[in-house]
Design a binder for this molecule. Structure first.
Ligand SMILES: Nc1ncnc2c1ncn2[C@@H]1O[C@H](COP(=O)(O)OP(=O)(O)OP(=O)(O)O)[C@@H](O)[C@H]1O
Ligand SMILES: [Mg+2]
Length: 447
């Protein structure tokens, strides 16, 4: 490795000086800035940044954002004083590699810097590898409910049928869409995502179908739309329930006719694209209220797949938590950590309104804040622990209900949600099964 160029931004003169001394002693070339303003004129050709969280004329998080936006960003380590730990944690969530607490110990500084540089190099290598071979998404979860969903998705993937993924926010719709792509005949093509909620309706047509040069003010060149970019691959229409009426009509047309025109274009363009759509809204209800076109709904949902909320499959929480924890520690070059049994039990109790995404965030936060290798229940954010005390059920009963829910769900799914059929398989009365389903909160929603 050549000499590493390091930029330090800290307003405390003695901190800047001692860091410079430590790092120059290790063969690095060091520049020190005393303020955000000085940082702005320091240039951007550095291999690593050490940023104080609090600066006289700004804060380190703003600088972190700037660095992340540069073309070839470098790793950032935050320096936090007493009372700014929560900001440092936030910075790690935003992509800082690590944080150092004042007072700074020489060994700890050198270790953090070395880790960051090594890790960075590895990431860059991995990234070019991924670009060559593609990364298969990993679907974690062994509950019958979740496995059933993955199975349906894998079967649907083999055809070119359009799939509609329905599920609450954070249940893994995008992940499942990528899974469908990987297991489909379109896997060699691109996976192209359109966020229907984020694009204003007047730009939607150009976004989906592209435009010819000069077709409207601002159309300075020819632009290919997402349908063209996805030719031979998969087009993922995320948040499809948020499409405006006008865009719904345009989308319907291409799905019916299999061809489209660029905005301002004469020629009809044909592509071979597998469409997967997703929504966290109740589209059936929207159709009833005439907020979503019925004909478009049927075009999109040839195979509808509902992703169960995390609270419907609490037995997946443990595996997901372990997976997120491992992934986080590896990515940040932290020592491997694990969750104590009781910690998992508490996490299983919580209702997870934000589903897997909320769990991932909670785990990352715990991993950052907890110093020990095995994360105790005390590290679980307080609001997630409250539900448990209120419920105050015995753990044996919890385990029993959990197993029962799984078992009944599996029978219902096998019987295609025919309750009499499932009751026969389970050897119980139909009315009894209805009662158990009610008390376990099992019902078929918008499948
Ligand atoms: N079964 C799973 N195994 C591994 N990771 C998962 C799983 N489910 C969800 N995740 C992770 O949880 C996060 C949220 O998943 P994803 O973005 O796919 O959800 P979503 O349903 O598209 O949410 P939204 O509706 O908010 O867009 C992602 O980081 C994803 O990788
Ligand atoms: Mg999503």
């Amino acid at each position: 490795m050549g000499t590493k160029r390091i930029l330090i931004v800290d307003d405390e003169e003695n901190i800047g000086r001692s860091l410079q001394w430590i790092l120059e002693g290790d063969g690095c070339s060091v520049t020190v800035c005393r303020s955000a303003a000085e940082f702005q004129s320091a240039g951007s050709r550095f291999d690593l940044y050490l940023l104080d969280v609090r600066l006289p004329d700004g804060n380190g998080i703003e600088l972190l954002r700037q660095i992340r936006q540069q073309g070839a960003p470098a790793p950032v380590i935050m320096i936090s004083g007493h009372g700014t730990i929560s900001m440092a944690v936030e910075a790690v969530r935003l992509g800082a590699f690590d944080f150092l607490e004042k007072p700074l110990a020489r060994e700890r500084v050198l270790l953090a810097v070395q880790h960051a540089l090594d890790r960075w190099k590895l990431e860059r290598e991995n990234q070019s590898l991924r670009e060559m071979v593609g990364a298969a998404p990993r679907m974690i979860g062994d509950s019958a409910a979740f496995r059933g969903v993955v199975e349906q998705a894998t079967l649907a993937a083999r055809s070119d049928a359009r799939v509609l993924l329905i599920g609450e926010s954070g249940t893994g719709k995008e992940l499942l869409a990528a899974h469908i792509h990987e297991h489909s005949p379109f896997a060699q093509g691109a996976f192209v995502k359109v966020n229907c909620a984020a694009i204003p309706s007047e730009l939607m047509e150009s976004e989906l179908f592209g435009h010819e040069k000069g077709s409207f003010t601002g159309a300075t060149g020819l632009r290919r739309g997402k349908f063209e970019l996805a030719d031979g691959g998969t087009l993922f229409l995320d948040e499809v329930g948020d499409l405006q009426q006008a865009s719904q009509a345009k989308l319907l047309r291409v799905l019916q006719e299999g061809e489209f025109h660029r905005v301002g274009g004469e020629k009809a363009i044909r592509v071979s694209v597998r469409v997967v759509a997703a929504t966290n809204r109740n589209l059936e209800e929207m159709v009833e209220k005439e907020k979503f076109r019925e004909d478009l709904y049927y075009r999109l949902s040839v195979v509808p797949i509902r992703l169960p909320a995390l609270r419907e499959r609490p037995s997946d929480v443990r595996a997901l938590a372990a997976y997120f924890l491992d992934e986080f520690c590896t990515r940040n070059n932290f020592r491997r950590k694990c969750l104590e049994d009781e910690t998992c039990a508490v996490l299983e109790q919580y209702a997870w309104p934000g589903n897997a995404r909320e769990l991932r965030n909670a785990i990352e936060r715990m991993a950052i804040l907890c110093q020990s290798d095995s994360i105790p229940v005390a590290a679980v954010p307080a609001e997630m622990r409250i539900g448990r005390a209120a419920g105050a059920r015995s753990s044996l009963q919890e385990a029993r209900e959990c197993a029962e829910r799984e078992h009944i769900l599996r029978a219902l799914e096998q019987a295609n949600w025919n309750v009499s059929g499932a009751a026969r398989t389970l050897g119980m009365e139909r009315t009894n099964l209805h009662k158990r389903m009610r008390s376990l909160g099992l019902r078929r929603e918008a499948v």
